[in-house]
Design a protein around this ligand. Structure first.
Ligand SMILES: [Zn+2]
Length: 351
């Protein structure tokens, strides 16, 4: 182990939201009980510093969300819970407080990293956030945790450039909407893009609006892209774009549903591929912004993949070589990304 990344350098914020749950719903509390049990069993918790999450203040939430969205979630919780949209985004009696804790927990992690108490970290929070727009909940997400954390970093520490890198298999429509006309946050989403696949946006042509043109980078992948394609996207497109941007902090929306075993999607990443992307991002943070990087959990619905993937992120943050991967690589041929990459390079990188 590299001594620079030793104990006390990596923080873990846990806001598992256990009573935000619904039987038969894929985004339920068992995702986090499985992760917690597995972290306790493996002993890795001894190597990270656990930090208690603080609930997000109304001021922190209002930097990202409208008062009416905040009030709506609060009201539905107060009456005992129910559906928040016409799809499958639910709240229980506790969800308002738990969602505040999830968003606030990410801000707590930003504080630790920005004040130098930690080098990097992982926020294991529920409910997830990246589909939540300024005035609309969607896709199991209530408050947009990564967006609230980014605005907190800007408001409290004066950061001029924050990168949000999202590689959940679903497009981070909420994060995109919140920062669409904003050049101070580079939003990069690598996601599956196919007919009828949620949320249905995140196309090549969505690049930002007004002052934000060029600060939204969507990588809409066909189904079946595996480790080779993702690695090319990282090295030939994301890395050079991020190096141009020079972020002062990196926030990562990490969802483990791009794994080839995930029941909700059809991408082909392996756990080893996930770990390599995590290391790539950590290396970028080390090079560009003093190692300041925070991973924030979004989706991931195969519990064994989720628990191993979380371990691999922690190992990567700690600078360890170890990778858990009992599933191996996708056993099918990968979809090719060459043409897509050329199109995106022409659009987003200097000629
Ligand atoms: Zn997802």
């Amino acid at each position: 182990m590299n001594f620079l990344y030793g104990k006390m350098q990596t923080i873990l914020v846990l806001a598992p939201g256990l009573t935000h749950t619904r039987a038969g719903h894929p985004e339920n509390h068992t995702r986090m009980t499985a992760v917690q049990r597995s972290l306790e069993r493996s002993g890795v918790l001894a190597d990270v510093t656990a930090v208690s999450p603080q609930p997000a203040s109304i001021e922190q939430l209002r930097r990202v969300h409208t008062p009416s969205l905040i009030e709506r979630i609060r009201t539905v919780s107060r009456i005992g819970g129910g559906l928040l949209d016409h799809g499958d985004t639910y709240a229980t009696a506790d969800s308002y407080e738990l969602a505040r804790l999830a968003a606030g927990g990410c801000c707590t992690a930003v504080d630790q990293i920005m004040n130098g108490s930690a080098r990097n970290g992982l926020a294991l929070v529920r409910p997830p956030g990246h589909h939540a727009e300024s005035n609309r909940v969607s896709g199991f997400c209530l408050f947009n945790n990564a967006a609230v954390a980014a605005r907190h970093a800007q408001a409290n520490y004066g950061l001029k450039r924050v990168l949000i890198f999202d590689f959940d298999v679903h497009h981070g429509n909420g994060t995109q909407e919140i920062f669409y006309d904003d050049a101070s946050v580079l939003f990069t989403s690598v996601h599956m893009f196919a007919p009828y696949f949620y949320p249905g946006i995140g196309s090549f042509d969505e690049v930002g609006h007004g002052a934000g043109v060029g600060y939204t980078l969507n990588v809409p992948l066909p189904p079946g892209v595996g480790d080779v394609g993702y690695c090319r996207v990282m090295n030939e497109l994301v890395r050079p774009r991020v190096e141009m941007f020079q972020p002062e902090m990196i926030l990562v929306s990490v969802g483990f549903d791009a794994h080839w075993q995930d029941p909700l999607a059809s991408e082909g990443l392996s756990l080893t591929g996930y770990a390599k992307i995590a290391r790539n991002l950590i290396e970028l943070a080390d090079k560009l912004c003093n190692g300041r990087i925070l991973f924030i959990l979004e989706g991931g619905y195969h519990l064994d993949v989720l628990t191993a993937g979380v371990h691999n992120v922690i190992y990567s943050l700690l600078g360890r070589d170890e990778i858990l991967d009992s599933f191996g690589a996708m056993p099918y041929a990968e979809s090719d990304v060459t043409q897509l990459l050329h199109k995106l390079q022409n659009r987003h990188l200097p000629k």
